[in-house]
Design a protein around this ligand. Structure first.
Ligand code: F6R
Length: 605
């Protein structure tokens, strides 16, 4: 977790660059924040627990500080509570640094350094890195060699921005398993955890790889490999506009991102669905696989559950879906015909990366579905399918989830074709359904006010249940997660038929139940289960299809979805529920884009 920004140059005010970058990176963590600026003859630290505005107040009190170099950090606590002392940058002797990641052997290093006389003010692993560097510096003068030795001593994940008082013309960066990019400007250069932090200043960047060391000056960037041999690397071009990375007139990033779903669905699926030949030429060849493991975390795992339903139902291939943090430590059964699909918006989720590496060590083919171009999962997987969601800033995923479901649907269709499980007419019909889908989704989003109206039903509720059977249960899980993570209302998703085996005892007068009935084959069964909760006093919000819409006496409110072929129906279910959750959270005054305790990109185990 955590976000890093660094700047060297005279073209812009360093403090402004750092603050702008930190605001763009706040999605990576936002419990404390800090900067270090070169000031006269040393780096000066300004740090604060809480939001960036607190840091800005402190900076204002310091008065005008002119500088040509600085580093900044927004934190998501891993070692020690979020307070001023634990926040970054950390400074020991003449070394000042910011860190994203976790040092696994920090305790062992700390004990060694304590024996050498070091004292530690914070609880962090980062202060250990600063002390270690200070210690290495006692026997070495060349900064590159100092950093090279550092990499041999650290175990774990890190992206580091480092400055030395005696070398005020250089900013150093290195990484392993945590992301870091180098922004290239004209007479100015940057380091950052992610692209939005540098977009206002430059669109050119380099991806730093594990083990590489970067030395930035005002005039350029020198890169070195692990043996300190100079290397050159491809310069990448950012294809996002600043406007895409900002709120675009919406009150919240989450709302903006939901409302973008029609466009990003078009961008992502239309290139594949012109005709069968186009689909097969753009998709990997999936003929070989007779077993699939889908591995992901959180919402991406929920998207995987929809993928499982589609691949099993239409391609007739068994699929397991596992949470990555479990998968990486359990026994997995592979054959030469197993495909492991990793689903991740950020492409940097630590557990999903570990699952990917496990599969690769076992020599199993891997396919990633990822949003962030050039992210670790995208780079390390055998094959990648990108979703084109653009930057997703709100911590709770919305548009990326919808695109993950859409991309998994295309994978399912390809597998069904590859395994000869589908007639030509059905393939043609489904490709047409995909082509029409973005516009239908757009029509659903236009009805946002009606979902906002329904949201009022949840005013004052502290417990909500989501019910569904089959694929509706997979969707209910995501609906429930979305609601609880942003509104802090306790919510559970249940298989409709399972509730009466215990949990129904929690249903009392006015408990809201959001019941999903979008699979015509299972509708009658689920409706019987809804009647059971209604009879116990529940208030029911029914999410169903136009074809199933009746004047039901058991439902208090309805969200009615247009009928599309069942294969693509799941893609339409979540957007209205995302808008409903958004409004529930807004009515409760929650910090929707940055829910408490969460971070956008979970780069720790
Ligand atoms: C929930 C949410 C998370 C992510 C999960 C995986 O709204 O956003 O559950 O889906 O942390 O993240 P990625 O997709 O980046 O691997």
């Amino acid at each position: 977790m955590c976000g890093i920004i660094g700047y060297i140059g005279k073209k812009h005010n360093v403090t402004d660059v750092l603050i702008t970058g930190l605001k763009a990176l706040e999605y990576r963590g936002y419990d404390s924040v800090g900067i270090a600026l070169w000031n006269e003859d040393m780096f000066k630290l300004i740090k604060s627990a809480g939001k960036i505005s607190h840091l800005e107040d402190k900076i204002r009190k310091e008065g005008n500080m002119t500088s040509q170099m600085g580093i900044g950090h927004t934190r998501w606590a891993t070692h020690g509570e979020p307070n001023d002392t634990n926040s970054h940058p950390h400074r020991v002797g003449n070394v000042t640094l910011v860190h994203n990641g976790i040092i696994e052997n920090y305790q062992e290093l700390k004990e060694e350094l304590i024996k050498k006389g070091y004292h530690f003010a914070s609880d962090t692993d980062t202060e250990v890195i600063a002390s270690l560097l200070d210690d290495i510096k006692k026997n070495k003068e060349n900064y590159l060699e100092i950093l090279q030795e550092l990499t041999t001593r650290l175990r774990g994940s890190y992206a580091l921005g480092i400055v030395f008082d005696q070398d005020k013309n250089h900013l150093y960066a290195l990484r392993k398993d945590s992301p870091l990019i180098l922004g290239i400007g004209d007479k100015e250069n940057f380091i950052a955890s992610d692209i939005p932090a540098i977009i206002p200043y430059t669109k050119q960047y380099i991806l730093l790889e594990a083990g590489e060391i970067a030395r930035l000056s005002e005039d350029g960037i020198d890169l070195f490999d692990t043996s300190l041999k100079p290397i050159s690397k491809k310069i990448q071009q950012v294809n996002w506009t600043m406007e895409q990375a900002e709120k675009g007139g919406y009150s919240h990033f989450m709302l903006k991102e939901i409302m973008e779903e029609e466009r990003v669905l078009k961008d992502t699926i239309l290139p594949f669905v012109k005709d069968k030949e186009t689909l097969l030429s753009k998709m990997p060849d999936l003929k070989k696989y007779d077993q699939v493991h889908i591995v992901a975390c959180g919402s991406a795992m929920h998207a995987g559950l929809v993928g499982k339903y589609l691949i099993e139902t239409y391609a007739n291939i068994p699929v397991t879906v596992e949470v990555a943090s479990e998968y990486r430590y359990k026994k997995n059964f592979y054959t030469d015909h197993t495909l492991v699909i990793l689903v991740s918006q950020s492409g940097e989720t630590a557990d999903t990366i570990a699952a990917l590496r496990l599969a690769k060590e076992s020599k199993v083919d891997t396919l990633a579905i990822v949003n962030v171009y050039g992210s670790t999962i995208a780079r390390e997987s055998d094959q990648v399918l990108y979703i084109y969601a653009g930057p997703e800033i709100a911590v709770a995923t919305t548009k990326a989830y919808t695109l993950q479901v859409a991309m998994l649907s295309l994978v399912a269709l390809t597998m069904a074709i590859n395994h000869k499980q589908m007639k030509e007419e059905e393939i043609t019909m489904l490709l047409e359904a995909f082509q029409n889908l973005p516009e239908i989704l757009g029509g659903l989003l236009e009805k946002q006010e009606s979902y906002f109206e329904i949201a009022k039903m949840l005013d004052g509720s502290e417990d909500v249940f989501f019910l569904g059977r089959g694929v509706d249960y997979a969707l209910a899980m995501e609906g429930s997660l979305k609601l609880k993570e942003i509104s802090y209302i306790h919510s559970e998703a249940y298989q409709a038929g399972e509730l009466k085996h215990g949990t129904i005892s929690l249903i009392e007068k006015n408990t809201p139940v959001i019941a999903l009935v979008t699979d015509e084959k299972l509708a009658e069964k689920t409706i019987s289960n809804i009647k059971e909760v209604k009879a116990r006093g529940a208030k029911v919000i029914l999410v169903t299809l136009e074809s199933l819409d009746r004047d039901y006496d058991f439902c208090d409110q309805k969200i009615v979805l247009p009928v599309v072929p069942p294969f693509v129906q799941p893609i339409l279910v979540m957007p209205p529920l995302q808008l409903l959750s958004f409004e529930v959270a807004r009515r409760r005054g929650c910090d929707i884009d940055k829910p408490r305790n969460l971070a956008k990109s979970v780069t720790v185990e």
